[in-house]
Design a protein around this ligand. Sequence first.
Ligand code: GLY
Ligand code: MN
Ligand code: MN
Length: 372
Amino acid sequence: MPAHAAPRPDHASRRAALRALLVEAGVDALLVTDLVNIRYLTGFTGSNAALVVDAWDGAEDRTLLCTDGRYITQVQLQVPDLRAEIARASAPRLVELAGEWKMGRLGFESHVVTVAQHQGFEGQATGLELAPVSGLVEQLRMVKDDYEIGRLRAACAAADAALAQLLERGSVRPGRTERQIARELEWLMFEHGADAVAFETIVAAGPNSAVPHHRPTDAVLAAGDFVKFDFGAVVGGYHSDMTRTVVLGEPAGWQREVYDLVAAAQRAGREALRPGAACAAVDAAARGVIDAAGRGDLFVHGLGHGVGLQIHEAPGVAKTATGTLLDGVAVTVEPGVYFPGRGGVRIEDTLVVREGGPELLTLTSKDLAVVG
Ligand code: GLY
Ligand code: MN
Ligand code: MN
């Protein structure tokens, strides 16, 4: 590849990696019905699709994408390298074709397919054995390639730039409402290159900052408030996720104390990120800091999650998580301590796990910002 060319997603390599997992799982082909997984494997972004990947066919003559008539042009543009079947009932049609092509044991995504859909497949599955499999494409999606990390960087940069501009121009001050600030922050993300917002933007002031997933209201910011921002941008399908908590005016003693505690826990979580680390151990590294300060009961959620084509994806980074980190996995680290009725702090970054230490993608300072 010439040095100046931007990397492109290599969908064929992703499908090849999936084939190896299909053989391990003991199926001859996989029916993919999750639209995000289909996007990951083919680049197709329409709202109706199904995909069959044959475990044994490296030439991909038997890899078939099905969508409906609305997407005839789009599928040709986005997926010129695969055969496209056009049918409204995309998944049942591919089950029918898989039967005609004698695919044998056909896996389906059992974490996605409803009971009703499964009953429909059974009606079409002449000569096939339908076999439930779960999480195979999600397993591949955990480790990001260079193209994906480039998009994640751009999404994080849009969020960083938006928050910097919001604070620089004095938009976070007593008298303004959570809702006004949330809309302005979102507008600024678009100005800085976002295609969409990653999730409902959280701006939570004063006592509302103690609600982890508060929805912005007409609550008016007042001097002395914590103001918590949890927000993200989407660029090229990839999501960023960042939380910062600022204080309006000089922090009170308890505010400084809780902020320093969450910052120390967040640092411990980031420092525990390395290939081979158990996700539960990363959670424990951060949670231990908060537990030791006697505030464990106020850290009421997991430490983080994978992030990519979805805002929340594998792996979970929590007490009960069973996974292990690998080089190239993108995750958040987001401890919080919340005093109900009073206020709370969360600090969240998006990072990529690397051998030499994690790459931080959200670059906004984590020093306590005194604003307004
Ligand atoms: N606001 C979504 C999250 O941080 O997970
Ligand atoms: Mn978040
Ligand atoms: Mn998050």
